[in-house]
Design a protein around this ligand. Structure first.
Ligand code: NDP
Length: 288
């Protein structure tokens, strides 16, 4: 027999998760702070709970998809005493340490905790390209695989509950830096009257081709082989970045996106590594 799934939080993402559970034929209980957001799911067969106590009254898995770390506590703290022995899968975006705090909070109360980081937008849930990273309780991950796999490709990153979030945030860092770089370039050509859409047609395949460099950078970083043959030197990169900054200024575009990249490279040159490869930026960023 399939026990019920409770979904707490029916924003765009929580609703998508609940819909996919219902589409899989799973008995689903839903709750949202603003009750109107539960109506459509009720129409699809979900049991709409009037409050959190009612939503968690059964014995099924509790899926949480709220706004942030604080809202998870706001919703779960008042009912925590009754959740001993239950499993909570938290898909709310939290930082690694916030996930670890929730895992410790859960452990203290005898709650089994699995943290998840969703690498998809709501429209992708249950369809191609949707992926969710998990860490925390391996037992919960294995036991609930049929549900998790309904939402997307499920990957497990070990018992440290913060790891899924860490991977998520590291990947989003790369994404946002790329977005900002694209918009910087669009502003440069935009100052010459070129439409951003026209620019995108050139930039997209170029960036896609450049991602081919990442595995090489990664191998260099892991081997700490910055002095190895065939790498683009920091000195070369600094000259290129300085030219890009001059061109940026000539177009009247703000330098905030690019200037820090230049400055990081310059610091490594000042430290005596000008002839080392550009992947050495990693050493400047990683801290002590
Ligand atoms: P929404 O803004 O659509 O929904 C937020 C939800 O949180 C609503 O159900 C809202 O309730 C609830 N909420 C906020 N504060 C509280 C509170 N103090 N107490 C109770 N409920 C509260 O966000 P999403 O559904 O898009 O996102 C939910 C989570 O999923 C976030 O952590 C987000 O980062 C993550 N996520 C979202 C993605 C996306 O593309 N949307 C992608 C990957 C992750 P109410 O309706 O009453 O306001």
């Amino acid at each position: 027999m399939t026990t019920s799934t409770t979904v707490l939080g029916l924003g765009a993402m929580g609703s998508a998760l609940a819909r996919a559970a219902l589409d899989a034929g799973r008995p689903t209980v839903v709750w949202n702070r603003s009750p109107h957001r539960a109506q459509a799911l009720g129409g699809r067969g979900a049991v709409v709970a009037g409050n959190v106590e009612e939503a968690v009254a059964g014995d099924g898995v509790i899926v949480v998809c709220l706004f942030d770390h604080q809202s998870v506590h706001s919703v779960l703290d008042p009912v925590a005493a009754g959740l001993s022995g239950r499993t909570v899968i938290n898909l709310t975006t939290t930082t690694p340490n916030e996930s670890r705090e929730l895992a410790a909070w859960a452990a203290k109360r005898g709650i089994v905790y699995l943290d998840g980081a969703i690498m998809a937008v709501p429209q992708m849930i249950g369809g191609p390209g949707s992926a969710i990273l998990y860490s925390g309780s391996v037992t919960a991950f294995e036991q609930h695989r049929p549900l998790l796999d309904r939402w997307g490709v499920s990957s497990f990153f070990g018992p440290d509950a913060g790891m899924a979030s860490l991977y998520d945030m590291a990947m989003l860092t790369g994404m946002y830096a790329m977005f900002a770089g694209f918009l910087h370039g669009a502003a440069m050509v935009g100052a010459a009257g070129v439409a951003a859409t026209e620019f995108a047609e050139l930039q997209v395949p170029f960036l896609a081709a450049m991602t081919g460099q990442l595995a090489g950078f990664a191998a260099t970083v892991d081997a700490k082989d910055y002095a190895g043959e065939g790498q683009q030197s920091l000195q070369f990169t600094e000259t290129a970045l300085a030219a890009l900054l001059r061109a940026t200024a000539e177009q009247g575009v703000a330098v905030e996106v690019l200037q820090p990249v230049h400055d990081i490279v310059q610091r490594q040159i000042t430290a005596g590594f000008g002839d080392h490869g550009t992947a050495r930026i990693f050493e400047e960023l990683k801290g002590a």
